[in-house]
Design a protein. Structure first.
Length: 81
């Protein structure tokens, strides 16, 4: 199990090693989005929900690019699809 605070922390901390894990669960404590809509809009998103969806897609793409798409993912309170 790999537990990190935000989406992309796993890539920064373990990037090239993730593909070596046969049965790993990646847990994100947050969705990575700002807590207010102003922060999301300042980053170019219409809402914090849209920002969170983009972060989730980035993780999925990073894992696929790094040959680690088999790593299971969970955000506290919600299962990734």
């Amino acid at each position: 199990m790999i537990v990190v605070a935000h989406p992309d922390d796993e890539t920064m901390g373990m990037g090239a090693q993730l593909c070596r894990l046969d049965d790993a669960l990646l847990v994100h404590a947050t969705d990575g989005a700002p807590r207010d809509e102003c922060g999301a809009r300042a980053a170019g998103f219409a809402s914090a929900t849209e920002y969170a969806a983009a972060r989730k897609a980035e993780v999925r793409a990073a894992l696929a690019t790094g040959d680690a798409a088999r790593v299971r993912r969970r955000q506290l309170g919600r299962l990734y699809t």
